[in-house]
Design a binder for this molecule. Structure first.
Ligand code: CAA
Length: 386
C-alpha cells in the first residue's frame, strides 16, 4: 500500500501495522464463518472499541482516538481486507453516527452521545433512507412534529446499517413534506426510546455479518435538546455527513479489492496449467497488471479526498470521485480475481466468491454510482467551476 511519494507519517504507519496485525490474526480466521452464518461479530467490535477504533476521529476530550481522516481510511482498508462486514460496521459507526455529532453536536450533546459511542459502548446507526426515498434523499416522509418541548416522530427508515445492534441513532425526519429538503431535521436518540422498534431485518448478498434493518418510529418523543443543529439543517447535515461516509466506502472497496488480488496471487502461484504456474501465462499477468493499476488509482483518489477533509477543504466532489472509482475498480478486480480461480472461484472453498459478493454493495450504498456521477457533474458544471 506504500504509494512511494505519498509518504505516510510514522504515526499512520504504526497504526496501519497494528491494525493489520489485529485484522490478520483476529478477524481473517473468522471471516468465512461470519459470512456463512451471517452473525454479527460482536467480540471483534468489542476488541475494536478497546483499541480506540470506535471513536477514531473523535477528540480525546470526548474519549476518542483523535486521529485524522486519512488514518480512518487506512484503518478502514485494513479491516475491510480482512472482513467487509466488520469494515462496514466500523465505517457506518464512525463516519455516519459519530461524524455528525462530532461536527454539529453541542458540548453537552457530545458528552452525552458521542463519548459512549467513542468508547465502543454504544454502536451508532444513520437513519436517512426510507422505503420510498433512497437516492432522492430529500423526498423523505418520516415526520417530526413539535409538541411542547419534544418532537413526535412517525415513519419507517430502511436499509439501516447497524440497525439491529445499534444503541444510538442519528435520525432524519421532516417538519412537512411540502418544505422539501428545507424541512428536514436531524436528531440523536437512544435506540431504546419508547415507540422505536427494529422492523424487517434484511438477508443480503454480501456483508452478511453486518446487520441491516428497518427502524420503525411510532409516536417516538424526542426532547428538543436532542436536535443536531437547528430546524431545517437536517438535509445539509445528512449530505455533509455522507461526504465523509463516501471516503469510508471507497476505503471499503480498496480493502475488498486488495484482499481479492492477494487471494488471486496466492492461487495463481500454486496452480499449474500447460506445464507451468498460471502466473506465468501472459493472459493472467495482464489481469494482474490491470487490477494493480486500478487499485492504486482508486487509492490515490481516496487518499486525496481524506487529506482534503483533514485540511478542512470542501471535498464533496473528491469524495464522490473516490467512491465512484474505488467501487467500480473493485467490481473489475473481484471479477478478475474470481476468473483467475476458475471453477474454484465459484465455490466457497476459496475467498474469491465472498469478495465478489461483498464488493457489489459498494456501488450502491451511501449513494449509488449514478448519484456520485450527479454530484461530480454538478460540481464540474457549477458556474464558479473553471
Ligand atoms: N454538503 C452540504 N450541503 C449540501 C451538500 C453537501 N455535500 N449537497 C447538497 N447540499 C445542500 C445544497 O447546497 C442545497 O442547499 P440550499 O438549499 O441552501 O441551496 C441543498 O443541500 C439541496 O441540494 P440539492 O438541490 O443538490 O439536493 P437534491 O435534492 O438535488 O439532492 C443528491 C442531491 C446529491 C442527489 C442527494 O439527494 C444525494 O446525495 N442522494 C443520495 C443519498 C445517499 O447517499 N443515501 C445513502 C443513505 S445512507 C446508506 O447508504 C445506508 C447506510 O446505513 C450505510
Amino acid at each position: 500500500m506504500d504509494l512511494g511519494i505519498l509518504e505516510l507519517s510514522d504515526e499512520q504507519k504504526m497504526i496501519v501495522d497494528q491494525v493489520r496485525e489485529f485484522a490478520q490474526s483476529e478477524i481473517v480466521p473468522k471471516a468465512a464463518e461470519i459470512d456463512q452464518t451471517g452473525r454479527f461479530p460482536k467480540e471483534i467490535i468489542q476488541q475494536m472499541g478497546q483499541m480506540g477504533l470506535m471513536g477514531i476521529n473523535v477528540e480525546p476530550e470526548y474519549e476518542g482516538a483523535g486521529l485524522d481522516y486519512l488514518t480512518y481510511s487506512l484503518v478502514g482498508e485494513e479491516l475491510n481486507a480482512a472482513c467487509a462486514s466488520t469494515g462496514v460496521i466500523f465505517s457506518a459507526h464512525n463516519s455516519l453516527a459519530c461524524g455528525p455529532v462530532k461536527k454539529w453536536g453541542s458540548p453537552e450533546q457530545k458528552k452525552k452521545w458521542l463519548a459512549p459511542m467513542a468508547r465502543g459502548e454504544k454502536l451508532g446507526a444513520f437513519a436517512l433512507s426510507e422505503p420510498g426515498s433512497g437516492s432522492d434523499a430529500g423526498a423523505l416522509i418520516c415526520t417530526c412534529k413539535k409538541v411542547g418541548d419534544a418532537y413526535v416522530v412517525n415513519g419507517t427508515k430502511n436499509w439501516i446499517t447497524n440497525g439491529p445492534e445499534s444503541g444510538t441513532v442519528i435520525l432524519f425526519a421532516t417538519l412537512g413534506t411540502d418544505l422539501k429538503h428545507k424541512g428536514v431535521c436531524a436528531f440523536v436518540l437512544d435506540k431504546d426510546t419508547p415507540g422505536l422498534s427494529v422492523g424487517k431485518v434484511e438477508h443480503k448478498l454480501g456483508i452478511r455479518g453486518s446487520g441491516t434493518s428497518q427502524l420503525v418510529f411510532e409516536d417516538v418523543k424526542i426532547p428538543v435538546d436532542q436536535m443536531l443543529g437547528q430546524e431545517g439543517d437536517g438535509f445539509k447535515i445528512a449530505m455533509a455527513t455522507l461526504d465523509g461516509g463516501r471516503i469510508g466506502i471507497a476505503s471499503q472497496a480498496l480493502g475488498i479489492a486488495r484482499a481479492a488480488i492477494q487471494a488471486a496471487k496466492n492461487y495463481a502461484r500454486e496452480r499449474e496449467t500447460f506445464g507451468k504456474s498460471i502466473s506465468r501465462h501472459q493472459g493472467i499477468q495482464f489481469m494482474f497488471a490491470d487490477m494493480a493499476t486500478q487499485l492504486d488509482a482508486a487509492r490515490l483518489l481516496t487518499w486525496r479526498a481524506a487529506r482534503m477533509q483533514d485540511r478542512g477543504l470542501k471535498f464533496t466532489r473528491e469524495a464522490a470521485m473516490a467512491k465512484l472509482l474505488a467501487s467500480e475498480a473493485a467490481n473489475f478486480i473481484v471479477d478478475k480475481a474470481l476468473q483467475i480461480h476458475g471453477g474454484y472461484g465459484y465455490v466457497n472453498e476459496y475467498s474469491a466468491e465472498r469478495h465478489f459478493r461483498d464488493q457489489r454493495i459498494t456501488e450502491i450504498y451511501e449513494g449509488t454510482s449514478e448519484i456520485q456521477r450527479l454530484v461530480i457533474a454538478s460540481a464540474e458544471l457549477a458556474e464558479h467551476a473553471r
